[in-house]
Design a protein around this ligand. Structure first.
Ligand code: NAD
Length: 509
């Protein structure tokens, strides 16, 4: 029998938010769970909490009464972390402090049976540094659960530099036995999820710093165009800048100032001012009695109506179906409002390249028009032209967001940052492509994994956005990752590793 099937008992040390969730999950899956904490009252509170959660699940018929009762019976409160145990696995979920975790493991190693293995639920400390406190560091790996544990199906399995070779797969099998989905992540800052999550956050802040769009506009575009459940600013408000800003700083500095992961001075200042988000009643939004105050969307003008020419036939079809006068000639007439839909450059750059009259040119982000248009405004456009473009787009019944024009507009830019960050992770081999996508879908709730998303939109197009941003700003943050460049050039899907030297060597006789 494999190790994961043999595990009968696990000790969970640290019975706070995470320890409770892990205990519930393990007990429900049939494991005996010893609960330990430095504070005995924390153990009792955890047993009570898990019991109540199991009762709730039974009331909702997600578990039978008998299953809930049996799971409760498997919870074993113990007097301290170091009391004698026959557990096969010890999962540590104590406070996030390297010295505390190292001390705990050094003692545990003496108290536990030889065959027991150790897991840490750290979210930001190097697993290797924690394991180094053990006489035998090969016995420890990271098992990074997400909050709330029973609902968040993802678990990152993180081998340290000296972790025994059999452990990552064995931990992954155990995670599957618990009904969750494992991914294997390298022991680098942010592991997979918190590393990949930097793409959206830091780019949204960069957009704000450049005054391209307001937070509520970026969030609306993220929901309606990119299909995210929550925009980056509402998410930062939910998590709290006291948590998000230090994570951004630690991942960035952990990678020795990699520009793709660069945090923003905006969040440092806001964090220090106490504008943390929901928990302080004010962040990027205001909260009244816990309810987010969504700024109203500006009303579209009803006129003036002007004919519209566009480089995009699909857009003209949508406008014509809404009774907007459209021009379908090779070039716009002298009256026409010109709507350009470039992938990569901003509308002004695209207009100058194609020789269109810039005063009559607006940009429309070509990404996904199901619910919302993003209309871009550059410094040389005639405001009447923008109003006419806005009225025309609004006539289709969709929402319209006005933003400043620039390379990648808003949605393309955010998507390119998400993809480029993930491609950087793939390029460094910090996770297998399918694990990177799974981690992002389950850990961050994005509608697609970033590598799959790149293939869906087209690696060439994502690359065009990055190249436009790189040439417009000179910022190394936008240098396209080699993973993306190679796959676009070679016509391989971004989800595919392709042939490696190992493949060649392993297939030789
Ligand atoms: N909260 C999250 O969203 C989240 C998500 C993933 C990982 N994590 C990680 O999980 C760990 C626990 O986080 P949490 O949110 O559950 O914290 P928490 O503060 O809710 O609980 C920590 C518990 O550990 C106990 N404790 C502290 N020092 C101890 C020691 N030396 N020995 C035994 N018990 C000790 C405390 O009494 C407390 O009950 C941290 O490493 C954290 O980074 C947290």
């Amino acid at each position: 029998m494999q190790w994961a099937e043999r595990v009968g008992a696990v000790r969970v040390i640290g019975t706070g938010v995470m320890g409770r969730g892990i205990a519930q999950l393990a007990a429900t899956a049939g494991l005996t769970v010893e609960l330990a904490d430095v504070r005995r009252e924390a153990v009792d509170a955890a047993v009570e909490h898990v019991g109540a959660m199991l009762d709730k699940l039974a009331a909702k018929q997600r578990l039978s009464e008998q299953e809930a009762e049996a799971a409760k019976q498997r919870l074993r409160p113990v007097d301290g972390p170091l009391t004698e145990t026959s557990a096969d696995l010890v999962i540590e979920a104590v406070r996030e402090d390297l010295a505390t975790k190292r001390e705990l493991f050094a003692e545990l190693e003496k108290a536990c049976p030889e065959g027991a293995v150790f897991a840490t639920n750290t979210s930001s400390l190097p697993v290797t540094s924690i394991a180094a406190a053990l006489r035998d560091p090969s016995r420890l790996a990271g098992l990074h659960f997400f909050n709330p544990v029973p609902l968040m199906r993802l678990v990152e399995v993180i081998p340290g530099a000296r972790t025994a070779e059999w452990i990552p797969e064995a931990f992954a099998a155990l995670v599957r036995r618990l009904g969750h989905q494992p991914v294997i992540a390298a022991d680098t800052p942010g592991f997979l999820v918190n590393h990949a999550g930097r793409g959206l956050n830091t780019e949204a802040l960069q957009i704000l710093a450049e005054q391209l769009a307001a937070p509520a506009d970026v969030d609306r575009i993220c929901r309606d165009v990119l299909g995210l459940r929550m925009g980056p600013f509402e998410l930062m408000d939910l998590t709290g800048l006291d948590v998000t800003h230090p994570v951004m700083e630690s991942v960035w500095s952990g990678f020795y100032a990699e520009p793709r992961l660069r945090p923003s001075p905006i969040t440092r200042g806001r964090m220090e001012a106490g504008l943390l988000g929901r928990k302080t009643g004010e962040g990027f939004y205001r909260y009244v009695d816990g309810a987010k105050q969504e700024p109203p969307e500006p009303q579209a003008p009803s006129g003036p109506r002007r004919p519209v020419w566009s480089d995009n036939a699909e857009l003209l079809d949508l406008l014509a179906a809404a009774d907007v006068a459209v021009e379908r000639g090779a070039a716009p007439s002298a009256e026409a409002v010109v709507l350009l839909t470039p992938f990569g450059p901003g509308a002004a750059t695209a207009a100058l390249d194609a020789g269109h009259p810039v005063r009559r040119v607006c940009g429309v982000d070509p990404l996904n028009w199901d619910r919302r248009f993003t209309l871009t405004v550059h410094p040389a456009v005639d405001p009447d032209v923008v109003r006419a473009a806005w009225a025309a787009l609004a006539a289709t019944g969709r929402a319209v967001t006005l933003v400043r024009d620039g390379a990648g507009m808003v949605a393309q830019r955010l998507l390119a940052a998400i993809v480029n960050t993930a491609c950087g992770i793939a390029e460094q081999g910090l996770g297998a492509p399918e694990d990177i996508d799974t981690a992002v879908r389950l850990g961050l709730g994005y509608p697609r994994g970033p590598l799959e998303w790149a293939g869906h939109v087209g690696a060439e197009r994502v690359l065009a956005v990055l190249r436009a941003l790189h040439s417009a700003t000179g910022d190394p943050r936008y240098r396209p990752s080699r993973w993306l460049v190679d796959r676009a050039a070679l016509g391989l899907p971004p989800t595919e590793t392709g042939t490696t030297p190992d493949d060649v060597l392993s297939t030789m006789d």
